[in-house]
Write a protein that binds this ligand. Structure first.
Ligand SMILES: *Cc1c(COP(=O)(O)O)cnc(C)c1O
Length: 413
């Protein structure tokens, strides 16, 4: 939660300038109260219904962030064995972990089964066969939902649509009944429900409504054929406000739409898997201007974070607001905010109106960077991973140490 204290920008009650001095830059910063608020929005929206909010931990998998979310009573949506490991380490109850992903390996499936996770969101017939076989081998039964590709088109970036025919995700809508009848014959499989995750950064509530209707029709058809589906898992995907002009549906409106698709007197339980909408607006990237440079008629501010630290602008042409951490009243000029990496794609913001006085040594805050920021970062250009700090009211806590040069060689022989 951002606010000015006199001239200084603060997150909760901590001045960003003090964070820069104490921990150096660039640095990811998170607001604990915003995380709690985001989770509470989901929890309250579900209030009268039995259900589970499973944080999609690929959005941000820092151990302290995960622990804070686990403590709130959340479950976790994981997409790899490594994420199961992280979530167990952070204190998530295994019985609240759901596992999606098109490429689960036998080692990952066995690891999940041995740790008694809640359920698999199965994405192919072949995967079901493998889960059945491994369950038999270790003498357990596996709970599953099928992830159904409901085949709708959406307005979001092509890379993050997951519900279109021709993407690699899930079982096609038209094969859903066949999949459930196939699973019913498997001795080591327990059918628990249905899953659908239509994509990410979705701002149109109608897309979710459409998905809910399609899910409903599959559930009706499958249940007519004698297979009961107790859990309805709607996935994640709700967008956040990266740009002031964007309109974001309220969580409570989204959830009430999705719940309304079903007769609530029937004994259904609902699962939601928010990632971005749980953590994006709780995170920031604080950077320092290394150089100001005029070139080819453009003004550049070269900062100390690059696409290895925050890849979203380079990967999705994503927009993040960029603001100075001191109040500056000089006129604003068109500015390119770029990183130090040897790629033209290494930018954080293009054509931004930034106060002309911002200069070498000044700090800028990149907002809404809590989701798919640190978790997608890399050491590209041999840049050690940066520090992460969690703010809770007046208190700031280091939750990831800044890596050093020797970390770059870790595991290399
Ligand atoms: C990524 C993912 C999510 C979370 O998506 P957001 O857009 O971050 O809310 C939920 N479920 C599954 C299966 C995912 O892969």
């Amino acid at each position: 939660m951002l606010s000015f204290n006199n001239e200084d920008l603060c997150i909760e009650n901590v001045r960003l300038f003090d964070i820069a001095v104490k921990y150096g830059t660039s640095v990811y910063i998170y607001s604990k109260s915003q995380i709690i608020k985001n989770f509470t929005n989901y929890k309250n929206a579900l209030k009268n219904k039995e259900g589970l909010v499973c944080f999609a931990c690929k959005a941000n998998s820092n151990a302290s962030i995960l622990r804070s979310i686990a403590k709130l009573g959340a479950g976790a949506d994981v997409t790899s064995g490594g994420e199961i490991y992280r979530c167990l380490h952070a204190g998530f109850e295994p019985s609240k972990i759901v596992y999606a992903g098109v490429g689960k390996t036998s080692e990952e499936i066995e690891y999940a089964l041995k740790n008694n996770i809640f359920m698999f969101n199965v994405e192919s017939f072949e995967e079901l066969d493998l889960i059945d076989k491994i369950s038999e081998k270790i003498g357990v039964k596996a709970k599953i939902s099928f992830r159904i590709n409901i085949c709708i088109d959406l307005e979001t970036h092509d890379y993050i649509i997951t519900s279109k025919k021709g993407t690699k995700f899930g079982i096609l809508y038209e094969d859903a009944l066949k999949a459930y009848l196939y699973a019913k014959k498997k001795k080591n499989i327990v059918i628990a429900g249905i899953h659908s995750h239509i994509g990410s950064q979705i701002l149109n509530i109608n897309s979710f409504k459409l998905a809910a209707q399609k899910i409903k029709s599959i559930v009706t058809e499958v249940e007519k054929n004698g297979v009961e589906l107790q859990y309805i898992n709607y996935g994640g995907g709700l967008g956040v406000k990266y740009e002031k002009s964007q309109k974001v549906p309220a969580v409570k409106d989204l959830i009430s739409e999705l719940l309304a698709a079903f007769d609530l007197n029937k004994n259904k339980k609902f699962i939601f898997e928010p990632g971005r909408s749980m953590i994006a607006n709780a995170g920031y990237l604080l950077v320092k201007v290394i150089y100001k440079k005029i070139s080819g008629g453009k003004k550049f501010l070269i900062v100390d974070a690059g696409m290895n630290d925050l890849v979203r602008p380079a990967l999705y042409n994503a927009y993040h607001d960029i603001i100075p951490i001191k109040k500056i009243n000089t006129k604003k000029v068109k500015t390119e905010i770029v990183g130090p990496i040897c790629e033209t794609g290494d930018f954080i913001g293009k054509d931004r109106m930034i106060p002309d006085a911002v200069d070498q040594g000044d700090y800028l805050l990149i907002t809404c960077a809590g989701a798919y920021g640190a978790s997608m970062s890399s050491q590209y250009n041999s840049r050690p991973l940066i520090a992460e700090v969690l703010i809770d009211m007046d208190k700031d806590t280091l939750i990831r140490k800044r890596a050093g040069y020797s970390d770059l060689l870790l595991n290399e022989l």
